[in-house]
Design a protein around this ligand. Sequence first.
Ligand code: BEZ
Length: 211
Amino acid sequence: MSLRLGDAAPNFKAQTTIGEIDFYEYLGDSWGILFSHPADYTPVCTTELGKTALLQGEFAKRNVKVLALSVDPLDKHHGWVNDINETQNVSVGFPIIADDNREVATLYDMIHPNASATATVRSLFVIGPDKKIKLTLTYPASTGRNFQEVLRVVESLQLTADYSVATPADWKNGEDVIVVPAVSTEDAIKKFPKGVKVVKPYLRYTPQPNQ
Ligand code: BEZ
């Protein structure tokens, strides 16, 4: 059964490049990103993990812990990490799960048999501090993900969690946000001292509250 938004993210224990971890303990009170890629020593995956490593500081600033997964064994992961560091000019500091028995991949429905019987697709889950699934993304093996977009969604999710606002199409950090429908205009005016622009009763903007 696939995991849907709002579902509890299943806990698991796994061998990783930083040792054995319990997923929930690893996350603690942080946000989490769990993402799979098809295989070690493949070109698109190498660039994806390189990009993630480049953004480690950005994820840490937003209190996000990242965990990658593929169904290859640990010794293969270690050798490949050396290649990623060398070719992408980074230092991979996040764990990569060695899911060679496919336990986690099965738990998170990361193998789509009509795409590949054995390899994981590019699944990505954003998990909130409440351990609930906040975002799911599924990309095919041939398309590398846009990790700037992943960061952008995390920023949007965190704004919604902290300030009851939503973000419009193509929103970028720093731009105006939308007052969620559950907040009346009267309450919005009190809640957002930077001002509320009412375009329609259901379409109300306010400057990003945390800037
Ligand atoms: C890659 O990561 O480069 C890749 C993996 C499987 C199929 C196509 C590309």
